[in-house]
Design a protein around this ligand. Sequence first.
Ligand code: ATP
Ligand code: MG
Length: 792
Amino acid sequence: GVRPDEDLLTGLNPPQREAVIYRGPALLIVAGAGSGKTSVLTRRIASLLRGREAWPSQILAITFTNKAAGEMRERVSHLIGDRAQGMWISTFHSACVRILRREAEQFGFTKAFTIYDSGDSRALIKRLVKEHEADSFGLTPAGVQSRISKLKNELADAESYARQANLSDPAERIFVDLFTEYQRALQKANAFDFDDLIGQVVYLFRAFPHIADVYRRRFRHILVDEYQDTNHAQYALIHELTRPPGSDSGPVASSGGMMIFDDRETEEASSLTVVGDSDQSIYAFRGADIRNITEFERDYPGAKVVLLEQNYRSTQNILSAANAVISNNFDRKDKKLWTDVGEGEKIVGFTGYSQHDEAQFVADEVEVLRRAGTDYSEMAVFYRTNSQSRALEEIFIRSAVPYKIMGGTKFYERAEIKDALAYLVAVANPADEMAVRRILNKPRRGIGDVTETAIARYAADEGITFRDALANSSALGVGPKIQAAIAQLDAVLAEASDIMLPATGELAPSTSVADGLQVLLGKSGYTDALRASRDPQDEARVENLDELVAVAREFARNNPEGTVIDFLAEVALVSDADDLEDASGSVSLMTMHTAKGLEYDAVFVTGVEEDLIPHRISANEPGGPQEERRLFYVGVTRARKRLYLSLAMTRAQFGEVTVAMPSRFLQEIPSDLVHWRQSPGDVNSRGGTRSRALNARGPGAQSGGSRYGDDLVPLPRRESTNLDKFANRLPAKLRDNGDMELAPGDRIRHENYGEGRVDMITGEGAKRIAYVKFDSHGQKKLLIKVAPIEKL
Ligand code: ATP
Ligand code: MG
């Protein structure tokens, strides 16, 4: 007969098809980039549901980012319709938060727990390091944090670490103390850090087999994307979930010497599907263990293995370059990707004199592609380190190319956003003392260290929380002004609490989050203080807070049942690849790490230089250069049709201007695959070649070797590409043509492009854009306010 999922199989190649329809306890799909791993996973879920082999609630699918989870959910819904409701498609962290919300009370937490991001953990560790004067033993907060994180990823706790540590070394003893106290402080604050989210669920499942069984029975089909980047804790979590239910509960009773086993003991384990590519393993530095994939067959005996080799994403030229580079890693199984879409365009290489020159090349080329019909949203620019984005941003802004930064400049890491969230935490999880302390004197209300200590002492004496101590301001023995300030803060928190946590103790639905937030920011005087400030940055901060309120409203729309707790969790779990705003209509800028799993028509890999990619810190790490090669491979294989590899001969980084060397990875690409617009040789050699290259780049290049001066005023880092917002935030020092009266027909002179004629003006105020036809540089779009132009 016809399979009910026949239509789900159309267009798949035979191994893809096999991977979708295979039914058995364990399936491993190993395949190179762009071979359809994620697509196959999605179809496999759809096929299970379509054939009614599984209820949606029996599916647990793990993706690497929330964004990827959203996309997968959407595709499954699209393939099978509404029945996709009830599936768990999420990241490891989000899935564990959901489990912990249900089970936290089993082990001394409440379901209102907070999630500490790495900045929060750092702050806590910093305090402990200071208290223990641990720095005199060479322990830094960053070092302690990363060691604790690594240990947790290995599922070690302070106690198990202490058992094998060399405790005659005082630094080791102090480290163990710090680890112990850090954990104690988290527990007291009713908080988990990122690593705990996973580790504590593993602990929970091991300590309470009957709870683990609930999830083993529930999730009958577990699927994991990007399996090559799982760490040991994540591996253990999957392992726990895929044991047969009842298997570690043992006999339920014994009678007269006869063991009576629960008949559930014979229940089957859930099925597990993992997909991954060991060539794309790029998180070893965070504890990812490639062995999770290479040893899958040992861990799951009898596992079916499917290999996919046809790539559907990129042209042959792009693939050949990727294959050539990755084949230099000696510790890998050779696999060759192929495609039948044809050779495609050659890869374009470009060497700039400086990073600004390189950025200008990218911006110009983006415009060329755009005019040829590629959407901005189909283009991406990658770099190895976040700091490289600045030069790109500067040029993109001046060229009025819309762009957005994915990750990196994290909205949720901004001080004002952290403050606002701390206000919410102070209401939702008053046990979280760090949050309450954070807002104590924000805005300034005259509460200094002395008062803070007095509150803490009072709380300790009375055996109450720091938050509750605020309600007794008259007992603190502080002056009347400060007492009034504390009472006012207490009243604001109480009022917000009534809105967000009604009297029954039940959490109010999410519509109240935005309202509560507005009360907190308004009545505390926080927003007013920013408004009253003369610092131009504070205006932007007010906008960011408005944006946060908007995010809360959006959250309410998407999660009618969601509470302030859920909102805080969602916000805490926003990852690099996730975004506040929709990227449509703009070019995406991101690090190569963030690019994993994504694809674009045109990709610019920038800064292809020694010390950047491979990054100089990798040279000392075992396996470091290989991991960098995999990272480069990830970047290159994101491109569908066009790939640009660029570098700069000089680069201001690490606080100095350095002469950069082309990356070794460039040499690993067969030279016939690359068309150099300007090769490292053109730029390096003096004389003929150099001046020819200069002439080819136009007269602007003559001045100082770069078409763009290196004296650009640094622009503030920001989280959005919105020109409106940006134009209002320009630092005063930057050129401001805000009031230049330009009209079509006017002639202007541009610092780099020379003379030209204005064709058209669009936009208003600070975001007016001039479309200028330059006499020798063609048409350009300029943001009038900041463009280096004068009217003739
Ligand atoms: P990565 O390793 O980068 O995560 P992947 O193996 O997960 O890649 P997908 O993202 O699933 O690959 O697929 C890459 C592209 O190929 C997507 O655009 C997808 O729609 C397309 N694709 C996959 N399989 C087929 C097929 N059989 N026919 C046509 N297009 C396909
Ligand atoms: Mg994928």
